[in-house]
Ligand binder design. Structure first.
Ligand code: NAP
Length: 351
């Protein structure tokens, strides 16, 4: 029998909130029953409160829904799950209150990601980290919070995981080229980004280091990988690109690297989760791929693409490659929905 859950969206009007609505419109397990916004949107119809900016039409089923406030008391009684896309400053209180009240909260926000009893999940990469949920005994919550990482960390760890398993990753040097939608709506001013590259994204480099180490480590200890990131905002609408240089414990040729990435089997395949793509990682051979415009929608935006795999002469046992992931789908809303599907399929950990 197909499972069924009623869900509510925190931050429904924003860049990630809109993706949630688009991805959930025909979701076989989840029905969106409530949309939440900040206090200035409460009481407005969704179509009046949001600047819809996705390529598909604003689904009619949401257009006339009224935004409710981001408080547990504002929700109808039959909600099971909260998907959250609110700013970090608001998340501690709001997400915490929902988790305390008994909801399962799937968050895109950085606030709780690095806390010991909060899973930071990319289920194809660290499925066992779900065991970190100890929030009932530690915090007295009736529900829980499960987070997905920063939008640039998701494609990075998906490409690193098979290499770490096969050869041991010791060093990672990354330069990122991050899309404008990663800054939310309205995000970066057009006069700042058109004809330009901005070589700074606040707090992003620290998150790449700590979140990557947490995800690639065990549930008890972070991975001992040295990471040196440099982040840039570029004039691309969607799709984050990473130039990654990777040092390995054991030497590997480019051909061996390609083989390992190609043979990486999706550990979720047998679960038949609705948002899990047939191939979570794709290796592209053309020398000028991956490109955000051409490759970000592979696997409905859930597949991470890797290309330009070649030796790096500077790092010990070095290899370099380009990695691409869709930031608001795989890196945000789609990632959180997959986390929820995975969590619900793992009865052992459910609260
Ligand atoms: P955004 O476009 O600025 O949207 C922010 C949303 O949060 C809006 O719906 C806004 O509602 C709501 N909000 C703002 N202040 C609030 C408050 N005090 N209480 C309740 N709701 C509030 O931002 P975004 O890009 O969607 O990002 C949302 C979160 O996801 C952030 O934490 C971000 O770091 C994270 N994230 C973003 C991406 C990405 O690619 N954009 C990827 C991964 C993670 P109103 O419109 O009603 O004000």
């Amino acid at each position: 029998m197909t499972p069924h859950y009623n869900v509510a969206i925190l931050g429904a009007t924003g860049a990630v909130g809109q993706r949630f609505l688009q991805l959930l419109e025909h979701h076989p397990w989840f029905t969106v029953k409530a949309l939440m916004g900040s206090e200035h949107s409460v009481g407005k119809l969704y179509r009046d409160a949001t600047q819809w900016m996705l390529e598909s039409e604003l689904p009619t089923c949401y257009a006339d829904m009224k935004l409710v406030s981001s408080h547990t008391t504002a929700l109808p009684p039959d909600i099971d799950i909260i998907f959250s896309a609110i700013p970090a400053e608001a998340a501690r209180e709001i997400e915490g209150a929902f988790a305390k009240a008994g909801y399962s909260v799937f968050s895109n926000t950085r606030t709780y990601r690095m806390e010991k009893d909060i899973p930071l999940m990319v289920p194809e990469v660290n499925p066992l980290h779900l065991a970190l949920i100890k929030q009932q005994s530690r915090r007295g919550w009736k529900g829980c919070i499960i987070t997905n990482p920063n939008c640039i960390v998701i494609p990075l760890v998906m490409a690193l995981k098979p290499l770490h398993d096969a050869f041991g990753v010791t060093h990672v040097i990354v330069s990122t080229m991050q899309a404008i939608s990663g800054a939310g709506y309205p995000g970066v001013a057009s006069l700042d980004i058109v004809d330009n590259i901005i070589p700074y994204i606040a707090d992003e480099e620290e998150k790449i280091i700590t979140e990557t180490q947490k995800i690639l480590g065990t549930p008890k200890a972070p991975a001992r990988i040295k990471i040196s990131p440099s982040c840039h905002r570029v004039a691309v609408v969607d799709g984050h690109t990473i130039d990654a240089r990777i040092g390995l414990q054991r030497p590997a040729t480019a051909t061996e690297i390609i083989e390992v990435l190609r043979n990486y089997t999706n550990p979720l395949a047998s679960l038949n989760l609705p948002s899990s793509p047939a191939s979570c990682l794709t290796v592209l051979e053309a020398p000028n791929r991956p490109q955000p415009k051409l490759d970000r929608m592979r696997g409905n935006g859930m597949t991470v693409c890797v290309g330009r795999i070649r030796p790096d002469e500077v790092l010990q046992n070095g290899i370099k490659m380009i990695i691409l992931g869709h930031n608001t789908i795989r890196g945000a809303a789609g990632g959180a929905i997959l986390n929820a599907e995975y969590y619900l399929a793992q009865k052992k950990y459910r609260v």
